[in-house]
Design a protein around this ligand. Sequence first.
Ligand SMILES: [Zn+2]
Length: 362
Amino acid sequence: MAIRVRDVLQVLEQIAPSAFALPGDPIGLQVGSPDLEVERLMVALDADPRTVTKAIYHGCQLLVTHHPLLYRPLNTIRYDEPVGSAVQQLCAVRMGHIAVHTNWDCAPGGINDALAEQVGLEEVRPFGSGAQVQSFKVVTFVPPEYVDTVLDRMAAEGAGEIGLYRRCAFYHLGTGTYEPQPGAKPFQGAVGRREHADEMRLEVLVPAHRLQAVIHAMLQAHPYEEVAYDVYPLHTSQSYPLGRVGRLPRPMRTDELRHYLAEQLSNPHLRFYGKPGALIRTLAVIGGSGGDYLGEAHAVHADALLTGEVRHHHTWESWARDIVLFEGGHRETELPGMRALAQRLREQKKILQVEVLFEESV
Ligand SMILES: [Zn+2]
């Protein structure tokens, strides 16, 4: 069966849920149609005219990039301007374009996890502001001996995650009552007879983007023919921070760390702002433009922040906050994450029979 753009979007929704995108970020399908057939796709950082040309040359029908091509409402699509030229090229060959931007920054395994891995951080944890995803409480009523089975299946789909804790739930024993009608095949009891059964009321927290998958898993695991369950929208949300912070493989002075990071990111021009001789044990990372996270990195006791590019005021802010700031290159700090995305798509071979190319776009 032909794979279409909508199938790729579905897989990407699992890997980089759109709920993780920061407000106003124009992620998703930017050019094309969900119906377009895809045999080969290219993952890259940008949908710039050179990358689009390469995708056309390699016979791709879809381009998946980190940066959105269309950021602001366009007044014109001029073929002599870079954005208009890329749009024109995409349309001329009916190629689709999808952006996975801040949703891939925040997602587990995304841009910032890949960057942390690239520079060898250990004991990595999220930090800072990021996506806020609405929470739901799912409640179901389970025979006591099935609580673990049902909870395991729900947790496997992302229910019951609170901070660094997994499989969080609450349950208590009660009595469920029902009267099976002709044709029913009750798990416990008999047709026409009023039944009173021991049941556990099982309550689990579920973020909005996992709700359908969790309910599906619960229905699959539950032994009842008809499953009673409630879904409550909550006034709270779950936070999915953008940044990652972790311990360096060994403490390093600023200049030694500069050499180390330059090597890890293949960027000899990597530079730093702040104290030259500082001893750095804990490093925070944000791919791309993460200078605004200096304060939040300092608040989690990071000795330094590595990001892609900084603005002038970040340079004196690093001195003022006494935290070293490394500028590793926008491209260099985001490429590991896009390479990881290409790999994740390749691993979906069973449901996504497409060839996945990766373009570094020098
Ligand atoms: Zn970026």
